[in-house]
Design a protein around this ligand. Structure first.
Ligand code: ADP
Length: 267
């Protein structure tokens, strides 16, 4: 039995965005404008929308990588003023250190935080267990499949005991079967740790499968208007969703319509 429950240290936090916006220096149009949403502690909010509508910008502001230029943003009631270990970020390209083993990659964050050796070892072991990678702890990233590398990336974040998991197209580079496997894996980890998740994806099916709600964004500088929220859709379906059910398909079609509204050509 995997002891994921022990991974949790920080309580899941809520993320509050009020009139949140971002204008990059030297640009005429804001990349993102007026985002109003509260992601409840323990909720999974997926963000979809055409390329360039500002999905990653929202995620990067929550991560603290990009400065907020309008409105407010807080995580666990604290205004975001930079990156922090309370917010773990997982990207599509894994971002692992190729010269470190799986275990060393995972231990990196706790070591940087100057935790004591036994604590680092315990956290590494727990995170390895949580993603089912204990047996490859001594391997190097290049020796692993894409799915396994992405598990390492998730474990690396879990070892910091974050309150919020921020994922930007995390499964976009994986083959279809591995992608489905990783979606199940994420659900399992998320439920066990009760962590808050913000998940950016191009796949509407993935968003409806994983999200408690799906935030549909539109606009973008290519369309001459700031990226903004078109609608936030409640995914009122039971936890273990059947992507072939009529109820699932109805929500998927609704989200698809919102994503493509106003676009002559589908991307
Ligand atoms: P998405 O994730 O929806 O594809 P992004 O958030 O990556 O959208 O980008 C939103 C808009 O902001 C795009 O027009 C993009 O070109 C622009 N943008 C992103 N990063 C920068 C940056 N560092 N400097 C200037 N413009 C940027």
């Amino acid at each position: 039995m995997v002891k994921i429950g022990r991974i949790r240290e920080n309580l899941p936090a809520d993320i509050v965005m009020k009139g949140l916006g971002k204008q990059y220096p030297g640009t005429a149009t804001a990349a993102v404008e007026g985002v109003d949403v509260t992601v409840a502690a323990g909720e999974v909010l997926c963000i979809v929308g055409a390329s360039g509508c500002g999905k990653s910008t929202v995620l990067r502001m929550v991560a603290g990588f990009e400065e907020v230029t309008s409105g407010t943003l807080s995580v666990a009631t604290e205004p975001v003023s930079g990156p922090g270990p309370d917010r773990g970020v997982v990207f599509q390209d894994y971002g692992l250190f190729p010269w470190l083993t799986v275990a060393e990659n995972i231990a990196y964050g706790p070591r940087q935080a100057r935790l004591q050796r036994p604590v680092v070892a315990e956290r590494t072991e727990q995170a390895l267990e949580a993603v089912g990678l204990t047996r490859v702890s001594g391997s190097f990233p290049h020796q692993l499949s894409g799915g396994m590398q992405q598990r390492v990336a998730i474990a690396r974040v879990l070892a910091n005991k974050p309150s919020v998991l921020l994922m930007d197209e995390p499964f976009g580079a994986l083959d279809a079967l591995t992608r489905v496997e990783m979606q199940h894996e994420l659900q399992r980890i998320q439920r066990a740790a009760g962590i808050t998740v913000l998940f950016v994806t191009h796949s509407i099916e993935e968003a409806v499968y994983l999200g408690d709600r799906v935030m549909v964004m539109a606009g973008g500088t290519a369309h001459g208007m700031p990226g903004h929220v078109r609608e936030i859709v409640d995914v009122d379906l039971p936890p273990d969703r059947d992507a072939s059910s009529p109820e699932f398909n109805a929500i998927e079609r609704h989200v698809d319509g919102l994503v493509h509204a106003g676009h002559a050509v589908r991307s």
